[in-house]
Design a protein. Structure first.
Lengths: 114, 111
């Protein structure tokens, strides 16, 4: 049982490049989330999904897109990276009827945009 | 939306001394409360949680937190810290199925 995994662990991009971060979970959780972590700001929700085929905006969605084509995967895309998107990105999953608000986190992806 | 305030951004502490990390949240309705810990270069791990029942909750490694509804607080304490407790600690409150996080408190334990 791997829990929540994220690919890649590290990435360096140049301004304007695009990339996709992959999150996978093997706990059969319905809900999945993407956060970004910046110093002194805690974790801020980018986008989330409450089930396969659904997505919704969080607190800081601008510059990001997401897709949830399969229940176990949640992809985060940056179409045209900007230095302000330099951050650590965390994926999480949950199933509120069972996990009662608790979320399970992946190890993170450290992204640097030059 | 909920808001969470962690009153201390940095807490230096000597080994075997007590530590308290303060957390206040905005909601007056029933909530679930969490403390997550992030060790250097790692992801977030659940430390403890309050869902209902006893207002004092404990973790397996000696931390405890007390839910105070009237003061909307969920402070985290440990009576004697170890070097290995050096980490960043996040308080979070659930809002339906989403979590709102505080800005985090960095605890540095010195010998």
């Amino acid at each position: 049982n791997a829990g929540v995994t994220q690919t890649p662990k590290f990435r360096v991009l140049k301004t304007g490049q695009s990339m996709t971060l992959l999150c996978a979970q093997d706990m059969n959780h319905e809900y999945m989330y993407w956060y970004r972590q910046d110093p002194g700001m805690g974790l801020r929700l980018i986008h989330y999904s409450v089930g396969e085929g659904t997505t919704a905006k969080g607190e800081v969605p601008d510059g990001y897109n997401v897709s949830r084509l399969k229940k176990q995967n949640f992809l985060l895309g940056l179409e045209s990276a900007a230095p302000s998107q330099t951050s650590v990105y965390f994926c999480a999953s949950s199933y509120p009827p069972q996990t009662l608000g608790e979320q399970f986190f992946g190890p993170g992806t450290r992204l640097t945009v030059l | 939306a909920q808001s969470v305030t962690q009153l201390d951004s940095q807490v230096p502490v000597f080994e075997e001394a007590p530590v308290e990390l303060r957390c206040n949240y905005s909601s007056s309705v029933s909530v679930y409360l969490f403390w997550y810990v992030q060790y250097p270069n790692q992801g977030l791990q659940l430390l403890l949680k309050y869902l209902s029942g006893s207002t004092l909750v404990e973790s397996i490694n000696g931390f405890e937190a007390e839910f105070n509804k009237s003061q909307t607080s969920f402070h985290l304490r440990k009576p004697s810290v170890h070097i290995s407790d050096t980490a960043e600690y996040f308080c979070a409150v659930s809002d339906d199925y989403k979590l709102s996080f505080g800005a985090g408190t960095t605890v540095t334990v010195r010998a």
